[in-house]
Design a protein. Structure first.
Length: 129
C-alpha cells in the first residue's frame, strides 16, 4: 500500500493470542522506496480504558479491605508496615550504590573531558606554530 508521501506501508495485524487483552501491540513497518530505508515502529495501544479503571478501583478497594483494623477484614496493616520497614534498608542500599556508581562515572567523564580539552589546546598550539 503506497501513501501520498511515497512510502510503502504495511501494517501487520496484532497477534490473535493478544485479542481481548488489555494491551494490544501493533507493529508498523514503513519502507521508504526512494531512500531504501526500512523503519520498524512499535506502538502500544491501551484498549479498554474502562477496564483499566474498573481493575484499578477493585485493587484499591482490595488493598483497603486487607489493612482495615476491623473484625471482618484480615487486618494485615501491621504486616504491611513490617514489610515496608524491612524494605527501607534495602532501598537505601540500592539508592546508595546507584549514587556511588553515578559519582564514579561523573568523575571519569570529567577526567576524559579535561584530557580532550588539553589535547585540543595542544593541537591548536601546534597549528599556530
Amino acid at each position: 500500500m503506497t501513501n501520498n508521501r511515497g512510502y510503502v506501508s504495511a501494517q501487520s495485524p496484532h497477534p490473535t493470542h493478544l485479542e481481548g487483552s488489555i494491551f494490544t501491540f501493533i507493529r508498523f513497518v514503513e519502507l521508504k522506496v526512494l531512500t531504501g530505508e526500512l523503519e520498524i515502529k512499535y506502538r502500544t495501544f491501551y484498549n479498554g480504558s474502562m477496564t483499566a479503571l474498573v481493575v484499578g478501583i477493585v485493587l484499591v478497594l482490595l488493598a483497603v479491605y486487607l489493612v482495615l483494623p476491623v473484625s471482618w477484614s484480615p487486618q494485615w496493616g501491621n504486616s504491611v508496615l513490617e514489610f515496608l520497614k524491612g524494605g527501607i534498608p534495602l532501598g537505601a542500599l540500592m539508592i546508595g550504590l546507584l549514587a556511588i556508581f553515578i559519582g564514579i562515572t561523573d568523575i571519569k567523564d570529567r577526567m576524559e573531558a579535561k584530557k580532550e580539552e588539553e589535547k585540543e589546546k595542544s593541537e591548536k598550539k601546534e597549528q599556530t606554530e
